[in-house]
Design a protein around this ligand. Sequence first.
Ligand code: IPM
Ligand code: MG
Length: 353
Amino acid sequence: MKKNILLLPGDGIGPEVIDQAVKVIKIVSEKFNHNFNFLYADIGHQAILKKSDPLPKETINLLNHADAILFGAIGDPYYDNNPQLKIRPEQGLLKLRKILGLYANLRPIKVYNSISNLSPLKKELIKDVDFIVIRELIGGIYFGKKGRDKNKAFDLCEYKKDEIIRIGKVAFELAKKRKKKVTLVDKANVLETSRLWRETIQNLSKEYPDIQLEMMFVDNASMQIIKKPKNFDVVLTENMFGDILTDEASVIAGSIGLLPSASIGEKIALYEPIHGSFPKATGKDIANPIGAILSSAMMFEYSFNLTKESKIIEDAVKKALEKGFGTYDINKKEKFYKCSEFGDIICKIIKNY
Ligand code: IPM
Ligand code: MG
């Protein structure tokens, strides 16, 4: 198979973890005789420094040549401490999501039993946890009208029925292949948009009689995700709730560095670890590349339909953790491996597979 993969390493630890994912993709492509060509472009703080634009036109132009995108991270503390700045790195990612129509963000939460001691939750609560959050990604309060005058500001949350149906279908279809349960998370006791979500998803569920639909308010869901994570299979929710709940859910697995994601939509899809730019670790070669590596596994599965290749990457990660290999966040006390070393370990396992 011949494909163009656009790399957007971005800010912070993004470039370091993307390097590891690229190594892994190269090994897999050697093994299976694929021909992957890598394109590269700027985004985020790094792009602002070079071009004064978090999503420069050179980057947008490359989108037409790509079959899939592998994204690292975005953000820099400079902007967080200066809220008055008009140009921000995050705008690059948000605009990219919008341009590509990436309406469905898939964030799997899986516990590796071999490192379940890292989780702050009790072992018996999290053993074999395996659920996926489907977050709507290009609507709601993130993209509604915003305004500001001296002593007042607003962000409008709006959803159209079509947008809810479109993402609802992704959730139900995915549930068919899993444990056949969808949990809709909303705030329908307060928000009008949530009531539209609830009504629309209830109607849609009639087309999926084999799938159980559960509905939960977001405040309760934030509690249940920690109290009974095994209760969930497919969690469906709007943009902002999904942003918050997936950071919370990442704690279950023991390290946010472990988790990948896929953003899919109308055109090409984008894959990224969920951890963010992690400024304190930048340039030290200590970040955990697993989120990026597993994001490439998701790319093989969802964009290229190469399930065997995807599975091998997932297995290699599992094996490495079982053998006690891990980066600083996993193996602080015992010997920990550098980000680049861990990438090499995964490559070696795949090579000898
Ligand atoms: C995420 C991030 C982004 C978001 C930021 C960087 C804009 O937190 O992907 O979860 O809020 O969507
Ligand atoms: Mg987030």
